[in-house]
Structures are given as C-alpha cells and as structure tokens.
Ligand binder design. Structure first.
Ligand code: MSP
Length: 657
C-alpha cells in the first residue's frame, strides 16, 4: 500500500548562537507533528537547517579573523546538539552552504533570469567604506553608519531584482481560492492590509558588495542576497533541478511550512511568488505561530540581558528537568497561534501538576498495585461495570480527538485531550478504591477488572503521548511489555493481553520543590550574568579596516602580538566536536583560549605543550566559552593541523618577532 507523503519544514535558523528556549518552539512543534504523522503510517520528510549566508556572518567572521565557515561551523554543531537533546527527529538538516543547495539556488536564479522574472537595475543606499556595508536611510543612526558611527555616502549599486510586483494579484487569488493556505486567519488580514493591497515592490536579490552568498551563474560579480537563497532550501533539500529529483516528485508541494509570525511575509508573499515564477505549486499551508514571550517581549539576544532571573538556556533546562518536560511546556502552555508567556515558575508548575501528579502518579500507582496484588502480571479483565465503561469510552474516543486537534495543528488541544483521560483515570482510582478491594479476597475479580482498566488507559495514553513526550511514553509502554515502536494500530480498549509482565517504574517525573528550585535558578542565573559581565568584550571596537590586499608593511605585521604560552589545562568544549578549551600561561598571565583542534589533539596531549599564540585578538566567545587568543597551527592540503612550537625550549611569555 502506498504511504501518503507528508512534507513538513521549520525555517532554517540563523547561526547566531546564544540559543534560547524561544528558538526551540517552531522546531519542537514540527517534531511533534512529524512524529504524529509517522505514527499514522505516512511517509514523512521533516526538514530543518541553517541559513548561513549574508552580510552579518561575513562581517562577524572578518572581525574575528576567521573564515565565515570557521565562524559558523561550531554554531551549527551547537544547534544540532540542541536538537538532539530535545529529541528532534528531522529527516535532513540542510545548510545553505551545502553544495547541492548552492547548485540548486544557482539553477533557480538562472531559470528566473531566463524567464525575465529577474532583471538588472540599480539599488541605492548609504555606503560605509570602512565597514563595506550598504544601509538604507531608515537604518542610519543620526545619518551615520549604525555600526561604526562614521560618515556614509549615498551610492548606487548595480543589482538584480525579482519582479515581485507582478505577482500581487495572483497571491491575493491564492488566498481567496485556498483559505487553508495561510493560517491562522488573522495572518491573511495582516498580509492583505499591510502589503498586498498597496501593491508590491520588486525585490532586490543580488549584491556585489556582500560576497558571502551564492554566486549568480549569469553574472559572476553578483551574489545572492537574502530570501531566494534561504527559501529555496525547501526545494533544494528534495533535489529540485538536480539529476535525482525523486524526493521532489514525491514530496512537493510541502504540506506545511511552520514559521514564526515575523517571517510570515516571506513565506506567504515572496515564496509563493517565486514558486509561481518557477511554475511550481505553492505549499499547501503556511502557519505563522506566535512567540514565546519573556516579560512581554520576544526573546532575542539583546533582550536577554533585560531578563532578570529567568533561565532560558535550553541545555540547562534539559539538564535540570529532562527533554520531555521542556517539550511538554512548549507544546502545552502556549495557546496555538498566539503569543505565550515563559517563566521558570510556569514551567515548574506544569511539570508538577501535569507530569508528576497526574501522569506520573497514575502510572506508578497502577504498576505498583499490579505488582503488589498480582505479582507484576496483568490480570484478566472481568465484567465491566458502568464506571468502567465510562473510562473505556473516554479511552476509545481519545485517538479521534487527538487526531482532530493535530489536523488543526493544535498540539495544546491534543495534549489537553490526553490529560483529560489521565485525570479521568485518576478519578476512577478514587471512585473504585482498589486499595480497599485488595484487602477483600472476595473482591479479587473486581480488583483485576479495575487494574486491567487502569493498565489499558496507561497504555493508550502512552501511545498517544509518543509524539510529544518521546522518552516517558516509551518508558511507560516498556513497563507494560508493549512494543514502543508501534504506531496507532492498537489504540482501542482491550489490546493488552492478560498475563503480560508489568514492571514497577521509578517516578518518571519526580516532584519539584518549586520555591527551592526557583531560588537555585535565580542564583545560577545571577552567577552566569556576573561571569558574562566579567568576560564581556571591551567596548565595541571599530570594525577591521578594509586594507589593501596582498603585501603588508612591517608596521602592519608589528600590529600582531605573538607570544609563546604553555598549556596548563585543557578540556573538550561540551557543545562542540571540534573545539578544545585551553588554559594557557603566558608569562605571569593566564588566559582562556578556544581552538578548533579537537580532531588532532586530545586534551591530555595538549597539557604541557609550548604553543605560539596571537595575543592581541579581540576576545570572542565560541560555543559560550571565552577565547582570549588564537593558537597557531600549520595546515596541510588535507586540512590536518599541527601545532607550531618554538624549536628550542622557550619560557612562556617569550615574544615572537
Ligand atoms: N533565517 C530565518 C528564516 C529563513 S526560512 C527560509 C530566521 N531565522 S531565525 O533563527 O531568526 O528564526 C528561526 C525560528 O525561530 C523562526 O520561526 C522564529 O520565529 C523562531 N523564534 C525565534 N525566537 C522566538 C521566540 N521567542 N518565540 C517563538 N519562536 C521564535 O528567521
């Protein structure tokens, strides 16, 4: 039987680092949807990745004296490890620097150019020579460069443009003919009133000054500029315009692009226009979800300082409470489509009320009672009474209710349905009082029936929870000797066989002392902030000057301070496969240095080594660790690194000239 294809995507993330729990929202929702559709037996392709090109990355890498990829790679590693911590089950992680993506983007540009949808014109803006950056009038600060504060000049730059204006009427028609295309409904009004009604402007899609992008095939001086490159990932990941486009044939049009509300315009206006120009169908749906707010604001890097004592670091949250609890909060707490508030307290209250009390208690009590009264073997179910039938009915209706909610993409409602059955089961325990039945030998059959009902409800709820709580659901299923890999084949009451082994479970969600935990979290966040302040880089320095290429003068060379240092401690950087964190003694001073040599040296090998360092580089943080210098290495044609070290024994702190 042919399995229905289901193609779901998240936006591709900017490799900005400093990830917070808000970043996890889109991806965790998509993961729950992908898992749900897999369990329905569909053939799911779930795409996520990183959006790596552009001026910002080019500039930041330059300021750090590294290539854009050297700058981005550790951040991409970090993001991937965050998804793995949160059990995100993507089918492909695409990077816009992947070769197949670049080849596809070039073909898309070529096609649009040949059809006349891309044409050459002029882009005018304000140019800052030292920063090599073009700004719009609105971006200027007091008429000066917003980055370095220096004078800018009005310049015209030759650029290519996409004929977006041509597509406004067709996009309006797309909304009219397909009310499901853009959801929730309020986003349609935003798009129509704020953009489409007034008509669309053609879109600048190339630059000559920003070279960290995809080179245009028909004009080598030009590089892709933002959205065509990024949006095309949804096609390039499927092999569109490549020699093997079988995935594209199978999965396009996408079932769902899930995006945050601030990027709806790009997905619901620009993207369908590009697809129309390519002669492709639009995605079936774009959903613009709300934001996770802290103190009323969308979490962002700059805002994080203002957040008092909320712990927002996904690594720390998963470490403290487990991935299921973090997933549960994201999927349950925020009314879908709207913004929702995040606080540590709300997270802890959810964990205690729903996971520890309701779900945890139900499962542990059920397993414990079967252990005590039936030596851990599931007894056969006797004749059902009214109270049992009501519970059976609730359990039997659960799948359809959850499916209905998930068809509306509404994970909070789906979880609400599951937890309403969990509550009913807890109430059923109170009503049937199995602890009393256990004391009376004549009620043994009744006890068996009650415990069978509870076990079945635990099993059905665990199956339904699999897309959401990836770990706890499997633990529960295993404790009832069920196959944790099953889909929704057996979601009606009565599938559990009497005689099955039932194992006792330790508490899956231990109860948290909220007051104590909040105090600890506050202490932790305070300490972190103080440390960050201490490590903060000196006042923003002027960006590196764009110096003449090629030869440098002896004065230029003298600007680089090189010294010998001794590595006195070394460890792996937790969130990266490539980085080592060294503590280096340079004369009387001790510095923290991060270097990308973990593939070639173990931390043990590094300790005691005399190395050569650049000591006057602007400090940076790599994977959250401060680096106050760069250890120099030789690199062969295969990229293998070898440390530079003085040929004779030299004391640490020796200058290099
Ligand atoms: N690179 C673009 C997307 C290009 S898609 C062709 C981008 N990246 S992003 O890193 O800024 O955002 C990635 C996703 O994270 C977006 O869906 C964004 O809405 C989401 N979130 C980032 N902060 C968020 C919250 N505080 N709350 C909820 N989601 C938010 O945009």
């Amino acid at each position: 039987m042919k399995r229905e294809p289901y193609y779901i995507t998240t936006p591709i993330y900017y490799p900005s680092g400093n990830w917070h729990i808000g970043h996890c929202y889109t991806t965790v929702i998509c993961d729950a949807l992908a898992r749900f559709h897999r369990m329905l037996g569909e053939d799911v392709f779930f795409l996520t990745g990183t959006d790596e090109h552009g001026q910002k990355v080019e500039k930041e890498a330059k300021e750090r004296g590294v290539t854009p990829l050297q700058f981005i790679d550790p951040l991409v590693d970090e993001l991937k490890s965050m998804w793995s911590l949160l059990d995100v089950s993507y089918s492909r992680f695409i990077r816009t620097t992947d070769e197949d993506h670049i080849a596809c983007v070039q073909k898309i540009y070529q096609k649009l150019y040949e059809s006349g949808d891309i044409y050459k014109s002029e882009y005018s803006g304000y140019y800052c020579t030292p920063c090599e950056s073009m700004w719009t009038e609105a971006q200027l600060k007091d008429g000066k460069c917003p980055d370095c504060g220096r004078e800018v000049t009005l310049q015209k730059e030759e650029s290519y443009f996409f004929r977006l204006s041509k597509y406004a009427p067709r996009i309006l028609k797309l909304y009219e003919d397909n009310p499901e295309f853009l959801q929730p409904k309020s986003r349609v009004n935003e798009m129509v009133n704020n953009f489409l009604k007034a008509g669309l402007q053609d879109l600048c899609v190339s630059r000559t000054t920003v070279k960290w992008g995809v080179q245009l095939p028909f004009d080598k001086n030009h590089y892709s500029y933002v959205w065509i490159d990024a949006l095309s990932n949804y096609l390039s990941a499927l092999g569109y315009l490549s020699s093997d486009d079988s995935l594209f044939k199978k999965y396009w049009p996408a079932n769902l692009h899930m995006v945050g509300k601030e990027i709806v315009r790009f997905h619901a206006v620009i993207w369908p226009a590009i697809l129309m120009a390519l002669g492709l169908e639009p995605p079936k749906q774009v959903y613009g979800h709300g934001w996770l707010l802290i103190g009323g604001d969308k979490l962002s890097k700059s805002k994080q300082d203002a957040i008092k004592y909320e712990l927002t670091d996904p690594y720390e949250l998963v470490k403290r409470y487990g991935s299921d609890a973090v997933r549960y909060f994201l999927l349950r707490e925020i009314p879908f489509g709207s913004d929702g508030e995040y606080t540590n307290e709300r997270l802890l209250l959810r964990i205690n009320a729903d996971l520890a009390n309701d779900l945890g208690n139900l499962v542990s009590r059920t397993c414990a009672m079967i252990g005590q009264s039936f030596s851990g073997t599931l007894p056969a179910c006797g004749k059902s009474e009214e109270v049992d039938l009501a519970l059976e009915e609730a359990a039997n209706g659960l799948f359809e209710k959850v499916k209905g909610a998930m068809d509306r993409l509404n994970a909070p409602d789906a979880l609400g349905e599951i937890f309403s059955v969990v509550s009913k089961a807890n109430k059923y325990i109170d009503e049937t009082a199995p602890w009393l039945l256990a004391k009376d030998e004549s009620k043994r059959d009744r006890l068996a029936t009650v415990l069978y009902h509870l076990a079945e409800v635990c099993r059905i709820c665990a199956v339904m929870l699999k897309p959401f709580l990836t770990k706890a659901s499997c633990l529960i299923l295993r404790s009832f000797s069920c196959d944790e890999n099953e889909g929704f084949e057996h979601v009606s009451f009565g599938a559990l066989k009497a005689g099955a082994k039932v194992e006792k479970l330790p508490p899956i969600f231990p109860r948290i002392d909220v007051k104590k935990e909040l105090a600890e979290v506050e202490k932790l966040v305070k300490e972190r902030k103080a440390k960050e302040k201490k490590q903060a880089t000196p006042a923003k320095q002027a960006p590196a000057q764009a110096e003449a290429k090629g030869e440098i003068s002896i004065d230029d060379f003298a600007k680089i301070e090189l010294k010998v240092g001794t590595v006195i401690a070394c460890e792996k950087v937790a969130k990266s496969e490539k980085l080592l964190h060294e503590t280096v003694k340079i004369g009387d001073e001790t510095r923290s240095v991060v270097s990308g040599i973990a593939k070639y040296y173990t931390p043990e090998e590094m300790v005691g080594k005399n190395v050569v360092l650049v000591t006057n580089l602007k400090p940076v943080k790599l994977c959250g660790v401060l680096s106050e210098g760069m250890i120099l290495c030789a690199e062969d044609e295969n990229g293998v690194l070898s440390l530079l070290t003085p040929e004779k024994e030299m004391g640490s702190g020796a200058n290099i000239r």
